[in-house]
Design a protein around this ligand. Structure first.
Ligand code: AFP
Length: 311
């Protein structure tokens, strides 16, 4: 289907990526194929492993399955030297490409607590050159996948943001087709979703959220960063996993989650922040480092940063 949902005049992912750097194309296609496979496998790996990841989150079978699937396909692409993942203590590497090849940081299954309830899931990828950690401002490209009613890929290679939908039947079966090109994150804010327990928000977070409620914005929070951000990308508003009184650096990992999404948001005309500067300026010293994450409409983010400075 094209941007109007019609099955005519479709443009496939491969066609769209003509003109993109060949190394990035290889990474995108490896992720696209693995996401289709993961989507097919979702019903067969629904249990928990009993283990925890390096951040202490309970690991689901799907966390491990998706991690191995994406790691294997990325390293087999022949252009990736390092894959760092929210699910692994140490990156997996392909020796000869480690220094100068591409590096991918990923959250292979975002929102694993949604597995049991069949709510949206996602996967997030940031692509850099050379070993990680690196700040978001050095990103070459980023991409996220949503496993919702449809399987979508939203990507940028540093210019425009485009969204593709996987087609499961008909002549284009097994391909991704362009659903939205040159996406623009609306500056008129409509929805917001804020993570963490409300009682643990810091006073300045609480005060800012009250201003959102007063201006009539709608609360939309589903517990998957990617699902919630995708609404903000389409409808304008704010997603935040904020500073908490017991977790001043929030929950979301800079490399695996917030920098790749911040990169995409900014290229779509939106903004990102850790409360005082763009998420792309955060310099993570460790792979699993976290930071407060605010991402959405540009004007709203400007207001948030000014309000935080005054508080
Ligand atoms: P899980 O993958 O452990 O479900 O965590 C998802 C996540 O990292 C992010 O996708 C959500 O926005 C956030 O955590 C939800 O966290 P809360 O349950 O604390 O709101």
């Amino acid at each position: 289907m094209n941007e109007t949902g019609s099955r005519d005049n479709v443009r496939t992912l491969e066609h769209y990526l003509q003109g993109t750097a060949p190394e990035i194309v290889k990474v995108y296609l490896a992720i696209a194929q693995s996401a289709l496979r993961l989507s097919d496998e979702l019903p067969f790996h629904t249990g928990m492993t009993g283990g925890v990841n390096p951040s202490g989150d309970q690991q689901a079978q799907l966390d491990i399955f998706s991690n191995d699937l994406f790691c294997d396909s990325l390293l087999a692409s022949g252009v990736v030297g390092q894959v760092a993942s929210e699910e692994m203590e140490q990156p997996r590497e392909s020796g000869p490409l480690r220094e100068h090849g591409l590096s991918v940081a990923m959250d292979p299954l975002d929102g694993s607590s949604n597995i049991a309830t069949n709510n949206p899931l996602g996967s997030i990828f940031g692509i850099w050159r050379g070993p990680l950690p690196q700040p978001g401002r050095s990103l070459l490209a980023s991409l996220f996948v949503t496993y919702g009613p449809t399987l979508t890929l939203t990507l940028t290679a540093g210019k425009k943001v485009a969204q593709f939908v996987a087609v499961r039947s008909g002549p284009h079966r097994g391909s991704y087709v362009l659903a939205n090109d040159g996406m623009v994150l609306p500056d008129t804010p409509e929805v917001y979703g804020i993570g963490g327990e409300r009682g643990k928000w810091t006073p300045r977070v609480e005060a800012f959220v009250q201003t959102l409620e007063k201006r009539g914005m709608k609360l939309r929070y589903g517990g998957t960063f990617i699902g919630d951000f995708n609404q903000v990308l389409k409808r304008g508003g704010l997603f935040a996993y904020p500073e908490l009184t017991n977790k001043p650096h929030g929950k979301l990992r800079v490399l695996y989650e917030s920098a790749p999404v911040g990169f995409l948001a900014e290229l779509a005309g939106g903004a990102s922040s850790d409360g005082r500067r763009s998420l792309l300026e955060v310099e993570p010293r460790a792979l699993a480092e976290t930071s407060p994450c605010y991402v959405g409409s540009r004007g709203l983010l400007r207001e948030l940063q000014s309000a935080f400075v005054r508080a």
